[in-house]
Design a protein around this ligand. Structure first.
Ligand SMILES: Nc1ncnc2c1ncn2[C@@H]1O[C@H](COP(=O)(O)OP(=O)(O)OP(=O)(O)O)[C@@H](O)[C@H]1O
Length: 458
């Protein structure tokens, strides 16, 4: 039988007890160490991280009040708060055993023990050790993910007048619980704005949950948002909370809300009106306490006029509206944005002191940026990766200077998806980003064009 992966330390002043226990446990577990002098416990912990410690309650001859054992239990928990300590008591010392557990011991076993009893006590203690370590690991992972995300979203830059208006609105609206609808083209910083609203709110220490409605399929919508109970449908192997429940007490950010089909809009509206959700397959209603922030790159009012978005839902979500300016409306922010991305990607690709020459900066300012800041971010990243020195010149950015080459490639390229994207970009460019006119030229209705722009991240 394979041994169980576990490190065990046995501390007892009775050498016979130590040797017998070691002999038996060595057959079951990968590492078993013994110690007769409790003073040396810290030394053992310096060398090993033990999963389970078996600790005698009485060390000094003639003493049986257990104070020694309690003292060493505390010492061990100081060294490793996740330590699993099983106290060894004499037969009949029930009060002492209770006291030990109250002081942080995991379990107790009475001397003399049966081997099977010892094995069962250690293996169940090990399960607790594993779940403690797992919780620790999850906490650390969540913390580092949150730190990473916060780091990424801590730089919300803009000196231009339109951005100053955005910042001042966020200052005013953030602390209220008002529903906010953020409008703006792709890549203009709508998510950054949503996170900034959360940070300014009383909910800042609670969760911020983002749901990309554009990427949730019709069939999974309810289960993802409202949760489900085990057996509600074939794949529902266990109870699962939805995003509304996960966002409890915090902010729920519904991105791409303009993409929701009419039947799903009705379901969302009903939850927002009642402020209660029921998991799929359960009749139990759970009250929800969330701050709602929604975003879309679609002109939602026009979509309402076209009958594709419910007006009553729009009025539910747009208590306050925040319009993110496109990059071309805030071109004076280009300098700080480029400098910021030079820093970020300079660090990432270990190319420090990256600079850009004035002529190239002018070229960037003249470029039309349909993908806004995200497109600028990617352009700077690509330029840094490809650059030879630490100064970026016009040739490091592929912004129209390679039109002839691009044209030659276009003629050869027969890939439908790539050509569709290219034609959309071309039409948008030709009509200076005016979607209605571009759609007309492409022979599409505006909604169809928006959906395709979304698909290609434009
Ligand atoms: N004002 C800003 N300062 C610094 N970085 C910004 C700013 N605005 C946007 N960015 C960066 O641009 C990228 C796109 O921003 P974000 O995801 O918030 O845009 P979005 O409008 O939500 O995009 P989409 O519509 O595609 O969901 C992110 O990497 C973000 O960090």
């Amino acid at each position: 039988m394979a041994k169980i992966e576990a490190k065990i330390l046995i501390v007892d002043d009775d050498i016979d007890v130590l040797n017998t226990a070691r002999m038996y446990l060595k057959q079951q577990f990968t590492l078993v160490q013994i110690e007769s002098n409790p003073e040396l416990i810290p030394l053992h912990f310096e060398r090993e991280s033990f999963d389970v410690v078996l600790l005698d309650m009485n060390f000094k001859k003639g003493e049986n009040d257990g104070s020694d054992g309690l003292h060493w239990l505390n010492q061990i928990l100081d060294i490793d708060p996740n330590a699993i300590v099983i106290l060894v008591t004499a037969y009949g010392e029930f009060d002492l055993a209770v006291q030990a557990i109250k002081s942080g011991g995991t379990d107790f076993i009475t001397k003399p023990w049966k081997n099977e009893k010892l094995y069962a006590t250690i293996t169940s203690a090990l399960q607790l050790r594993h779940s403690k370590l797992e919780v620790d690991r999850l906490k650390n992972t969540t913390k580092s993910i949150t730190d990473d995300v916060e780091q990424k979203y801590s730089n919300f830059l803009g000196n231009s007048a339109p951005m100053q208006r955005v910042f001042s609105l966020i200052e005013k609206v953030g602390p209220t619980d008002a529903n906010v609808l953020i409008l703006g083209e792709n890549g203009t910083g709508k998510e950054l704005a949503a996170r900034a609203l959360h940070k300014k709110s009383d909910r800042a220490n609670q969760v911020f949950i983002k749901v990309d409605l554009g990427s949730i399929s019709e069939t999974l919508f309810e289960s993802e948002l409202f949760g489900h109970v085990k057996g509600a449908f074939t794949d529902a192997k266990e109870d699962k909370p939805g995003r509304f429940e996960l966002a409890q007490g915090g902010t729920l950010f519904l991105d791409e809300i303009g993409n929701l089909s009419l039947p799903l809009q009705a379901k969302l509206l009903s939850v927002l009106q009642q402020r209660k959700v029921s998991r799929v397959g359960s009749g139990k209603e759970i009250p929800i306490d969330i701050r709602l922030v929604c975003a879309t790159n679609m002109p939602l009012y026009e979509v309402v006029d076209e009958g594709e978005f419910r007006q009553d839902l729009l009025y539910r979500i747009n208590t306050v509206e925040l319009k993110m300016p496109s990059l071309s409306e805030r071109i004076e922010d280009m300098d700080i944005l480029v400098e910021h991305f030079l820093n970020v990607f300079g660090k990432k690709y270990k190319k420090t002191n990256m600079r850009i020459d004035a002529g190239t900066m002018n070229k960037l300012k003249k470029h039309h940026w349909p993908g806004n800041i995200r497109e600028l971010e990617h352009s700077v990243e690509r330029a840094i990766i490809l650059a030879d020195g630490n100064k970026l010149g016009p040739n490091d950015f592929m912004l129209g200077s390679t039109k002839a080459t691009a044209k030659a490639q276009e003629d050869e390229n027969l890939n439908i998806t790539e050509n569709e994207k290219r034609l959309i970009l071309k039409a948008l460019d030709k009509h200076n980003g005016n979607v209605t006119r571009a759609a007309k030229e492409l022979g599409l209705d505006r909604l169809a064009l928006y959906r395709r722009m979304q698909k290609y991240g434009l």
